[in-house]
Ligand binder design. Sequence first.
Ligand SMILES: *Cc1c(COP(=O)(O)O)cnc(C)c1O
Length: 353
Amino acid sequence: MEIKITKTTAPGVMPPENELGFGKVFTDHMLLVDWTEKEGWKDARIQPFGNISLHPASTVLHYGAEIFEGLKAYRRADGGVQLFRPMENIRRMNNSAERMSLPQMDEKDMLELLTTFVKLEEKWVPKSFGTSLYLRPFLFGNDESLGVHAVKNATFMLIASPSGSYYAEGINPVSIMIESEDVRTVRGGTGYAKCGGNYAASTRAGERAAKKGYSQVLWLDGVERKYIEEVGAMNVMFKINGKIVTPLLTGSILPGITRKSCIEVLKSLGYTVEERLLSLEELVDTLECGTLEEAWGCGTAAVVSPIGKLAYGDKEYVVGGGKIGEVTQRLYDILTGIQWGKEEDPFGWVYPL
Ligand SMILES: *Cc1c(COP(=O)(O)O)cnc(C)c1O
C-alpha cells in the first residue's frame, strides 16, 4: 500500500512523562485511508494532526457505524520500540468491521499502516516503565446521505497518544458493583465487536456506579441476567479454589487480547483455566463461603486490575483481603516484563519495529 506522507511544519514537544495522563496528548500526525465500494481502499496518507471535516449527513453521526482498536507501542530498556501481538488487533478489527457492515482491510496492509506510522512518530513513545504510545485505529461509515444500508464510503484513521503509567500511584484494588439493571449487549448483538455504540450504551451504568463510590460495574449477560460477562470495559477472571475461571466467549463478550494472553501464561505456569459460564449465583456462593481467592479485570490499558471489593444489592464483599493476589501480581509482572522488553518473550508475542 502506498502511503503519502506530509510532515508537519510545527512539531510538538512531549510533555513531562509524569503529566501525560491517558488520551489527552496527541502526536504530530494522523493517518487516513478512504474506502469506496467501487474503488476499495485508496489514498492512504499521513498528514499533520488536526480536525477533520464531515458532511452533516455522514453515516457515523446518525447510525453509529464506527469501530476501533486499542494497542500500545512500548519503549524497551535498550531504547527500541515494540508492539504486542498487533496481528490480534488487526484480525479483531476486521471481525468488528464484518459485524458492522464496514469494509475489511488486508491484514498485511493494516500492519504496514501501523508500523509506518509508529516509526514516523517514534519520538512520541515515552521512556519510563509503564508509559506507552497508545495507538487508536478507528473506522467509520461516511456516506453523505440519510438512507439506512451498508455504507458505500468509509474512512480508516489512526491517531496516537503518549500515555502515562496506569499505575502511577501503585496497583490499588478497585471496588466493583454488580449491575442488575442495564446490560452491555446481548447474544446476537455487537458484544464481540469493538464498536463505539457498545461504549455509548454502557456509560450510564458506569456513571451510576461511580456515584455510589464504585470504580466500575460487573456486567451480567443480557438474555438471562444470570451469567458474569465483563467488568467495565475489561474481561474478568476469578481464582476459585485454586482454579482460574473466566467467562466463556459466547458472542456477547469482547475477545480481549490480554484475556487470551493471561490464559496462555496461566496454562504455561501449570494453572487449570476454565473458560465456562459462571453464574452470579455461583459467584455469590464463593463470596459467602470464602472460596473466591482472587478476582481481576484484564485489558490493554491496565494489563490487570485487581478487584478488592464486590457489591451485590446492599451487600458488600471483600475479595482477597482487599489486596492484590499472588496470581494477579504474577500475571502483571510477566505480561509487563514481556511488553516493556524487560523479560524474555517465550511466546513470540512482541513485534519489534
Ligand atoms: C477492548 C476491550 C477489552 C479488552 O481487550 P484487550 O484486547 O485485552 O485490550 C475488554 N472488554 C471490552 C468491552 C473492550 O472494549
